[in-house]
Each structure stands twice: as structure tokens, then as C-alpha cells.
Design a protein. Structure first.
Length: 266
């Protein structure tokens, strides 16, 4: 029997992380070196929000360049990993009775490929993306994520990609190592909440009200935070939880990564 695979949340940050080496890409490469090789990858990216739930079901997904204003070489980057229609159907089955669209149009967006370019640079592991239903609240996403747990015992690496802190309007492009006080406080609070396994509080952070000023600044919109909920919901009981690349960039972008489960190379 194959070992249960860890589940990962990775703060993907700037799309330029896909190119070259920096502190982020080095952390991701170090992480990958200690992971069992997955049979297939299921990615939940902040950059695919839909009205309902969809899963990519094509045999060869396109590399989507869902951004503008970056160097041409980033727009020319390709991550030619195959898809896996069988996994797409398996995901749809597990998520029943929620209706899931088998999508043939989306592909792999930069929330997925900018990270996988360093985790698995050969692009030889099939990748499927699951969308975020933009019409539902945090508790709904947690329940949906729990239904994906069997995949961890089926050779599937489940990868959430977003950012714990993500406020583009409060970024300071001149100070890459700077962190606003509120960003650091919220990042620390989220780490402690994850360690405690307090999914209820994590859900409140995803859609904060005015009584949580740090959370309102850190999570002005939910899409970059919701992938973290999926990975937190995949934790089984007191499974080990570890953190990597845990820092703030440019004042308001949290790069924290989270690994749920044990690492057993193989």
C-alpha cells in the first residue's frame, strides 16, 4: 500500500517566481526533494474562481498567462504537464451531490504552474485543477474539501496555491523584505489557528468583518485565502503540521507554506 501523501498550501506570490532562483523557489525545491513522488496532482488555485464548481478534464491543459505587465519571457513560459481526465471524473464523483462541471477550456493558471515549475520542473506528472466556487462561503468550502480526503491515499498530491496575506493595494514595491505590522500579526494569528486545528476561526478569517481589522486588511477578498482552507480541511486528526517559507514580502504579501502530513520519501 502506498503511503498517504502530504497535502500542501503554498504562497505563490509574484508570477516572476516561476523564473530563475530566489528564496521562494529555493524553498519549494527543498520541499519537493523530501516529498514522495505523486501519481497525479490536484491543484486548487486562487486564480480560478467560477460560478459553481469545475475541474479541468482535458488530456493536455494549456499554460494560461492570466496576468499583464510582466516581461515577455514570463508570457512565453510553458508548463506542458499532461492532464488526467480519470482524476477529474474521480473528483466529480467524490464531490457528489455537488454538481461539478468537467471543464475543457481553462487549463493551468499561474497560481499552479509558477509553483510546479520548481516542485516538478520536468512537467511529467499529470495536473488537474479544481475551481473555487465564488458564490459560497467558507464553511461550504471546508465541507467540500473534506470529501477530497480519500485522494491522499490514492497517490494524489493536493496542492492549494494562494497567499495567507494578499493586499495588492498596500504593497510597497521598494521594500521586498518589509512587513506591515497588521500583516505580521495576521500571519502569526493564522499560523497559531492552523496549529490548533481551529477550522471555525479560519473560516471567519476568510470573510472577516470590521471586528477583525487585521484580517480585513490581510484578506480584502477571499480567493487567495480559500485554498488554505482546503488544505486545512484535509488534515486528519492530529496529523503533523509544518510551515515553510514563512515571511511577508513587499509589506502585504504572505508567502507562508503549510504541509499537512508526514514526509516519507519514495
Amino acid at each position: 500500500m502506498k503511503p498517504r501523501l502530504p497535502a500542501l498550501f503554498i504562497g505563490h506570490g509574484n508570477p516572476m517566481n516561476a523564473l530563475g532562483e530566489n528564496a521562494n523557489s529555493l524553498a519549494w525545491k527543498t520541499l519537493a526533494a523530501d516529498l514522495p513522488r505523486p501519481r497525479v496532482i490536484l491543484a486548487i488555485s486562487a486564480h480560478w474562481v467560477t460560478a459553481g464548481v469545475a475541474v479541468t478534464a482535458m488530456s493536455q491543459p494549456e499554460t494560461i498567462h492570466d496576468f499583464y505587465g510582466f516581461p515577455r519571457r514570463l508570457a512565453e513560459f510553458r508548463y506542458p504537464a499532461p492532464g488526467d481526465p480519470e482524476l477529474a471524473r474521480r473528483v466529480a464523483s467524490l464531490l457528489t451531490p455537488t454538481a461539478v462541471t468537467l471543464d475543457s477550456e481553462w487549463g493551468l493558471d499561474h497560481g499552479t504552474w509558477s509553483v510546479l515549475a520548481h516542485l516538478y520542473p520536468e512537467a511529467d506528472i499529470p495536473v488537474v485543477q479544481l475551481s473555487l466556487n465564488g458564490r459560497e462561503g467558507a464553511a461550504w468550502h471546508l465541507e467540500l474539501a473534506r470529501r477530497l480526503r480519500p485522494l491522499r491515499d490514492e497517490g494524489v498530491l493536493i496542492l492549494g496555491s494562494g497567499n495567507v496575506v494578499h493586499n495588492l493595494g498596500r504593497m510597497d514595491w521598494d521594500r521586498p523584505d518589509f512587513a506591515h505590522d497588521w500583516a505580521s500579526r495576521f500571519n502569526d494569528a493564522t499560523r497559531k489557528t492552523l496549529e490548533a486545528g481551529d477550522l471555525g476561526t479560519l473560516a471567519i478569517y476568510a470573510f472577516p468583518d470590521d471586528s477583525l481589522p487585521d484580517a480585513r486588511l490581510a484578506v480584502p477578498t477571499p480567493e487567495h485565502y480559500l485554498p488554505l482552507l482546503y488544505i486545512a480541511a484535509l488534515r486528519d486528526g492530529n496529523e503533523p503540521l509544518s510551515f515553510f517559507n514563512d515571511r511577508i514580502e513587499y509589506g502585504a504579501i504572505g508567502m507562508m507554506g503549510v504541509k499537512v502530513g508526514e514526509t516519507r520519501p519514495g
